[in-house]
Design a protein. Sequence first.
Length: 280
Amino acid sequence: MKLIYLTLLVLPAALLCFQSANTILAKAEEDELDDVVDIEGEDSQVVGDDTLGEDDDSVVKSSQDVDTTILFIKPVTSLGDATFDIQAGFPVEFLVGFINKGAEDYLVESMEASFRYPMDYTYYIQNFTALPYNKEVKPKQEATFAYSFIPNEAFAGRPFGLNIQLNYRDASGNFYQEAVYNQTLNIVEVSEGLDGETFFLYVFLGAGGVLALVLGQQALSSLARRKAPRAAARPLETGTASDVDYDWLPKEVVNQLKKSPKTPKQSPRARKAKRSAGDD
């Protein structure tokens, strides 16, 4: 019982401490993410303006002789689905189709992906690895390229712009860059298994159930003892002459006892009166 009471006293305090630690950790991750957004956004603001500006002659555009398509494998989406949710900490995989409709060869050099600030795509949140391919695509042919990345778990619960760019050249050496995908996605947090907070909650509920059972058993036992009738006093058994065992006596003594007349029992007062008369 002492162990149960001690457990019930300690578990709520431990559960509160665990929840406080989770709150502090989540707040720290949010602050760190805000710092990353501010720092990386300031560093890459000029780059974004140079890349997306329309009046700049140095802007890299896509070729009119090339068509591209994208299909997400993880998470599974339909071909025409533009917006969906991705899971933080889990890989995102997709395929990009490259179709050469022109009359000259194209060399697909690399593909890269990045998270952008959803309100302003010139701000970079996170850049993923540029995967090199260096694959030549002949005229009237097509090729498929695979790419994957893993979103940081600190980004869970926030929307980000996903930008996927394909870099390629033609036979004349002209460089092209096409945004295969440029949409805002929600990064969701997926909780799997039994976390610490849920474990402590189940332990606390189990300890409470055991305590309730013990208290109920004690209450029922006390009530049963109060309602039980008192046992009646058993009569005192007295032995009789017939109950005496004579087997250990010799037969002559047993026969003599059976033949001798039985003297009547006298009360102590009568024996005292008889003794006084004899003295006179």
